[in-house]
Every structure is written in C-alpha cells, then in structure tokens.
Design a protein. Structure first.
Length: 394
C-alpha cells in the first residue's frame, strides 16, 4: 500500500506541475525551452521527468527485490528521499531526453501493457462478481436448485440497472455528441458492441453450441464500461464544435484531475494485486484464497497453516510472519508500466497541446480501449466452443 500511496501523491504532483509549471517551477525549468503557442509544453516535460524517475525507481526496486525481498518491505524513509531527490534532479536533465522521439515514445510502448492488463482485470472482476452471487444463491455447494432467490433477484436487478443506465447513456451520446460524424460513429459502434455482447450472453449455448451458458451480470458490467469509454473518448475530442455547449472546461479539468488520480491508484492497486494470478490462469477468487496479501507479497498466515501446525507448536512461531510466495518483482514490473501510463494519460499520449483529458491521441486511445474490451469479452464467451481441449473453468 505504501507504493500505491506514493504513486498517487506523485501523480497529483505531476498534474499540479503540468498546469502550473510557471508558478511552481522555482527556476527548475531552465532546461525546458518551448516553442511559442505550446502552452503546456513545460508542464508536459515536467510530467515526463517525474514519470522517468518513477520508472527508474521501480526498475531498481524490481532488481533489488529479485535479490532480497527485505528491500521491498523496508527502508521507507530512504525510498521517499530517493524519489524526492530524483524528481528535483531530473529538472536539470536536458529536455531532448524527454521529447516524443525519446522517453515519451518509450513510455507510449510501455503503457500498452498496463492498458491491456487493466481491461483483463475488469473482465475477470465482472465474472468473479457474478460467480460469487450465483454461489450464494445456490448455497455455495453442489446443489442444482436455488437455495436463496434473493441473490438471483439481486443479480437480475443489478444487471437491469446497469443495462438501463447504459441505454440511457447511449441516448445521451446521440443527443449531445451527434454534431460531428465521429460522435455518431463512436456511439453507433458502442450500441452495436452492446447488442453483440448481450445477444452472445443470453443465447450463448445456442450460438456457439456450448454447454456453458452466458451470464447477464458480467455483460452488463462490460457494456456499462464500454459506454463510459465512449463518453470519455468523445469528451476528449479536440474539436470544440463537436462538444455540447454545457461542457465546462475548467470544471472538467478539475474533475478529470481528481478522477484520474483516484482511478490510477485503484487501477494500479487492482492490476498489481491480480496480474500475476491472471497470467498463471488463476481466477481472482482462487488467487485471493491463496494469498491474503497479494500486493507486494506481504505477511500471510492462513487458517489452514494454523490447523496443520505448519507454523510450529511454539507460541513464538506464530508471531513470525510467513510471507507470500508471490514475487514482489512482478508488482514492481507492473508499476513501471503504470508510471509510463501515468505520463501518457496526463499528456494526451505525448501529443498534448491543451488539457490532459482532451486531444486526438487521447480520444483514439480511449475508443480503441473500448473496442479491445468488447473483443476480449466476446472472446471469453466463444473461446470454449473454439478451443475445446482447454479447461476454462479455473
């Protein structure tokens, strides 16, 4: 959790410097010369410098963690001082090291890993939510009859609310973002994606000739997320004539800054907690049962260990922390990608000339993320029928 909080604090600092580079520079921008008309150039360079320091820090932590897990779990004061010294010192590095042909380009590539993992974690979360409630409805056993109908009602209600909200969102997108062809196109594709995913889910056994039936709750979650991505993409359109008249740039910037910080922290926490298990092919629920402290491999003492006497018979042995087998270097590897993604998110993927939440690159990255989400989720429903030799029931 220390690393996530540190990541959030540094992200907020990056956003403050990006929009107020002249006010808070304290003379540190001497190496940042910008052409006329590029209002956010120095701010972008500040974001790149801070992101670069984070990448170096987590790279060093990854290497140190491979040698000794103790480095990962201690020396907090030293780590904070290293980060602060690195950030301050980075402002004296020539700006050519951070332009779109150097670090910014490198960060674009590294950010893709984080973006893909974010989508995979969302899809897996949607399935686990549904499985958890279904298990409670059937009593958590092997019974084929529903034991508690309230959980089935809860599943259908939640799915209905999400789908109704998604439909309302699509109507609003048509209403407020139809001034330009891009608005109509993105909204129509969003609607088609929602229809395809819903039909696949409801008629999965008949369409793909699979014994596994679809689940409406995961579909509703992914549909709602795809509508959100469409709204976010259209809101990032740099052409102001395509935006609704009520869209207030200052309010959007303030809300976007806070929202980006919180979502980055949460996404980093979720991805780093579950990425290793996802790569191994384990479900998040199974991963959680195997490791109660997934982030960074904290101390774990399970009930089974106590029952089987694995900790020993002496009382003193119970006080000795048993650390998770999850390698912490995986955590730091994901944080390296998250640090690059942070820079891209705040600078419109290295091409921003205005607010971080607006720009052509940002718009296309968000809509491509939506398309990738729809494709991956649809694949999870048809894959069992295509790859029949593989067991998809983790």
């Amino acid at each position: 959790m220390f690393y996530i909080m540190l990541f959030g604090f540094v992200t907020m600092t990056s956003m403050i410097l990006r929009f107020n580079s002249e006010k808070f520079s304290f003379g540190m921008f001497k190496q940042s010369e910008c052409a006329e008309g590029h209002e956010y150039c120095k701010g972008d360079l500040a974001v790149y410098r801070i992101s670069f320091v984070l990448v170096l820090f987590f790279t060093a932590m990854m290497a140190a963690s491979m040698a000794s897990e103790a480095v990962h779990r201690g020396f907090w004061g030293v780590k904070i001082l290293v980060i602060l010294a690195g950030i301050i010192g980075s402002f004296w590095i020539p700006q050519d090291s951070f332009n779109v042909h150097s670090y910014a380009w490198f960060a674009r590539v590294g950010s893709v890993l984080f973006l893909v993992l974010q989508i995979l974690i969302l899809i897996d979360f949607a399935y686990q939510w549904n499985e958890s409630w279904v298990a409670k409805a059937y009593g958590g056993g092997d019974s084929l009859e529903v034991q508690d109908k309230n959980w089935i009602i809860a599943i259908l209600t939640m799915a209905g609310v999400l789908l109704a909200s998604s439909l309302t969102g699509i109507v609003l997108l048509y209403t407020f973002y139809s001034k330009c062809p891009v608005g109509v196109s993105f909204t129509t594709l969003t609607l088609l994606g929602a229809i395809i995913m819903t039909v696949l889910s409801v008629f999965r056994d008949k369409i793909v000739h699979s014994e596994m039936q679809g689940a409406i709750l995961p579909t509703a979650i992914v549909v709602a997320y795809s509508v959100f991505l469409a709204w976010s993409a259209l809101g990032a359109n740099p052409d102001s004539t395509c935006l609704p008249a009520f869209q207030h740039k200052s309010l959007d910037m303030t809300f976007g800054t806070l929202f980006a910080t919180v979502t980055l922290m949460w996404t980093a926490f979720s991805v780093t907690s579950n990425a290793a298990h996802l790569v191994k092919g384990e479900s998040l629920e199974k991963a959680g049962s195997n490791n109660t402290e997934a982030v960074g491999g904290g101390p774990v003492v399970s009930a089974g260990d106590l029952e089987e006497g694995m900790l020993g018979d002496d009382d003193e042995s119970v006080d000795t922390p048993v650390y998770s087998n999850e390698p912490s270097w995986v955590f730091h590897l994901i944080m390296i990608s998250a640090s690059m993604y942070q820079a891209m998110l705040l600078t419109d993927w290295g091409s921003s000339k205005g607010p971080a939440s607006a720009g052509e690159a940002s718009m296309w990255m968000k809509i491509v993320a939506q398309w990738l989400t729809v494709i991956l989720f649809s694949w999870t429903m048809v894959a069992p029928a295509i790859l029949k030799d593989r067991d998809f029931d983790f």
